[in-house]
Design a protein. Sequence first.
Length: 276
Amino acid sequence: MSPFVGPDPGPALSANEQRDIVPAYFGPHLSEDGSLWRKMAAVMKPGSIAIMNPNSGPGTACDEQYEQVIDLFHFYRRGLRVIGYLSTDYGRRLFGDVIADIDAYACWYPRLDGFFIDEFNNNAQQRLENVGSSSVSDYYTAIHVKVSERPRQILVGNPGNVSDSQGDWAFDVVDVLVTHENQVATYLAWDQPNWVYPRTDRDHSYRNAHLVHGVQRSVVSAAPSQERRVLAASRARHAGYIFSTDEAAPPEARLWDRLPASWGNWLAYPLPLKRR
C-alpha cells in the first residue's frame, strides 16, 4: 500500500533533504536545564525554522531571552532561522494592527529571520472592505511588501488546510505555505491537489510545509509507526518542511507547547556570546 493518498509529484524527498518547521509556542527559558529551545538548536536539521510566540504575537515588551534564542540558532551556522508568530484572523484583522506587530518584532528582535502568518486566508478573491482592502490577495500582498523592506526575511503563511481550494496564488505573497495542518488520520488520507506541487521544480518543495498532530510513535510493534508513515507521506508529497507531534488537538490538549518525545536525547551546548 502506498504511504500516501493523492497525486505522486515524482521521486520522494530523502530524509536529509527535508527540514523541520516547529511551532515553538513555549517560553525560551534558556537558563533552565532541559530548555526546549536549546534542544531544538542542537538537533534541528540545517535550514530548519522555529516559530517563536511570546504572546500570540510580539507581546508588550522585548524579552531578552528570545534575543538569546535567536543568537543561539544563528550561532550553529546551519542556516537555522527563528521567525515571529502573528495572526491575521483570516484577513479580518485590521491591516494597521498587523503592521504594528511586524514593527514591534523588528524593533525588539532586529535579528529575527521573518514571520509566521497564522490564520491566513487563502480565498484570494474574497473582498475585505472592513479592513480597507479590495481583496484578500491585496491584503497579503501589502503585508509581503512590508516584510520585504528588511533584507533576508522569510514569510510563512498558515491557512490550516488548503486541500479544497486553488491556493497557488499564495506562493506569490509568502515564501512557504503550510498546505496541510490536521490530525494524523486526516493527513494520511489526504488527497493532495496538483497545484500544491506543480512537478516542474524540485526546489518548490521548500515552499511547502505540513503540520500533523496526534501522531503516535510505537516502540514495540513491528508495524511502521504513525510517525514513520507521516514522514514517508510528507516526503512523497514533497513537503520540504514537516513537523509532527504526539500532542492531540484541542479540547484534549493545547497544541505546540512542547516537543514530541521522539526527538530523543541531545547534547547541551553553551550559549553564544551576547552580541552588542
